[in-house]
Every structure is written in C-alpha cells, then in structure tokens.
Write a protein that binds this ligand. Structure first.
Ligand code: NAP
Length: 251
C-alpha cells in the first residue's frame, strides 16, 4: 500500500483528500490511499512517519508550512528560497527515513497567473505576509515585478493598509490577496483597501478558493478589474505534488 496524506491543524477545510482520493480511483490505483493527519504540534511529525510505515508523501497546510522546513533532511531550491514547504517526499531505506521538502504553491501561482499577465503589470501589491505570500513574492522577484507587501503590522510589511491611497492603487495594477479575509465561513470579510481607485487595467488575484468569488473579487470586478480566484492554483499545486511524489519515489 502507498499512503499519502495532509498535515495541518485544523483540517476541516481539506480539499486535498477529496482531490487525491478521486484521482486514485480514476487511475484505478487500488493500493493508494490519501488521509488527513491533523497534528496539534509539528513535533508530532516524527512519530507519524515512524508509525505510518507506508507513508510515502505528505502535503502541508496551515499552520505548518514554515515550521516543517527545519525538520527536512533536504530542500528543493524553491522551498529553500521561499522558506516554506507544502509537499514532503518520504524515502525509506531499511530503518533510515529521509524527508525532502518542496514548495508547489509557487508553481501553482506562477502557472495560474501567467496567462493573465500583460505588459502593464510591472508593480504589485501583496496583501498579507504569511506562508502563501512568500511563494507569491518569490514569483514576483523571479519575474522582475516590483512589489510592496501590505501588512497590518508595519514591522512585517512595507506599508500598512492605512497608507494605501489613490496614487498607490493606480500605480500598482496587480493586487494579490494572500490573507484569509473572506474565506468561508467568514464570507462577509474583505481586505480594507480603497476599492474606489481600482479600474479596468487592474488584475486582482485572490488565493482563496472557497467561496469561488470572495467579496474582495466582487468589489474589484465591479470596478472593471480582471479577477482570478485560487481554484486553478489549488489544482496546479496538487498536480505538481503528485508528479514530485512519483518522480522521486521511482529512483
Ligand atoms: P497565514 O500564514 O495564516 O497568513 C495569512 C496572512 O494574512 C497573515 O500572515 C497576516 O499578515 C494576514 N492576515 C491574517 N489574518 C488577517 C486579518 N484578520 N486581517 C488582515 N490580515 C490578516 O495563511 P497562508 O498559509 O499564507 O494562507 C493564506 C490564504 O491563502 C488562505 O486563505 C489559504 O487558504 C490561501 N491559500 C490558497 C492556496 C491555493 O492553492 N489557492 C495556497 C495556499 C494558501 P499580516 O500579519 O502581515 O497582516
């Protein structure tokens, strides 16, 4: 049996288990299983790997993407540069276990936004400074897009929400929400930005996938902006994890 799974806490919102269980069934992989492993502390990872001897790969979600990093024996170039791990490959050789950490959020974000990027999107605002924002930041760095990190806390970001004004909104035609504001069940929430200055040249991306249209995206769309939700990033990052597990387990 090949076992895969998701670690995080709590795991009530897990997309991955449904996605991979359906995939295994479509591919007729009867000896594959995907399970949720809610860990109350990242220190429980070691016991999980020892006790679940058939575990070959894990996905990592909130709040462990950054905390899992120091527990890896090896990191992919991207995971190391981003500072967050969302996919783990578990290799076993007799009693020796080795963990390699990857970041597929970066790939998912890159592939999902690329088709929408135009020659006017040179400057971006990233809302939020958590784990997912780091993958977005890494993509902007690699692509040569200038960005400002918007945070509630002056220390963590470049600017705070109170400092967002007409000039900043109009000169940053790419805006990415990496905060959980508006995510189900708190669908009445939205990031506090001056929406009145958005226009039809703006590309507005929300990493949230549930609901499909957050208030953030709705407000941006009303001003004529092109909008993208987190669904395609979610599927792309999962597919990438699957590819990594297969490649790395085959040699
Ligand atoms: P996280 O580590 O908890 O970070 C979220 C950041 O948002 C925080 O660091 C914080 O930044 C800001 N924030 C949190 N609560 C806030 C509030 N009440 N008001 C304003 N800002 C707030 O979470 P994450 O792992 O980065 O994930 C963030 C979101 O992205 C989640 O909704 C997650 O589901 C989604 N996501 C989607 C995908 C996908 O494939 N579509 C992948 C990864 C994540 P400051 O303290 O700097 O304000």
């Amino acid at each position: 049996m090949k076992l895969y799974g998701l670690i995080g806490f709590p795991l009530t919102h897990s997309f991955s288990q449904k996605y991979f269980s359906e995939k295994f069934s479509e591919l007729n992989l009867k000896d594959h299983q995907y399970r949720n492993f809610p860990l109350t502390d990242i220190s429980e990872l070691n016991d999980l790997i020892i006790n679940q001897k058939e575990l070959s790969g894990l996905n990592v979600t909130i709040p462990y993407k950054e905390q899992a990093l120091p527990l890896m024996n090896e990191l992919s170039e991207e995971a190391g540069a981003i500072g967050a791990v969302n996919t783990i490959v578990i290799s076993r050789n007799k009693d020796k276990v080795s963990l390699k950490g990857h970041n597929t959020d970066y790939y998912g974000f890159m592939q999902s936004i690329k088709p929408y990027l135009e020659n006017i999107h040179h400057r971006a605002l990233i809302l939020g400074t958590g784990g997912a924002s780091k993958a977005v930041e890494y993509f902007f760095k690699n692509t040569g897009i200038d960005y400002l990190k918007v945070s509630r806390d002056r220390e963590k970001g470049d600017i705070t929400y109170n400092e967002l004004n007409e000039a900043l909104i109009k000169s940053h035609l790419l805006i990415v929400n990496t905060t959980p504001l508006g995510m189900s069940p708190s669908t009445e929430e939205f990031p506090p930005i001056p929406y009145e200055f958005l226009g039809n040249q703006h590309l507005v991306y929300d990493l949230i996938y549930n609901p499909a249209e957050t208030l953030f995206l709705k407000k941006a769309k009303e001003k004529g902006a092109v909008t993208i939700n987190g669904t395609s990033m979610l599927k792309l990052q999962a597919e990438r994890s699957w590819k990594i597990w297969n490649n790395e387990n085959n040699h």
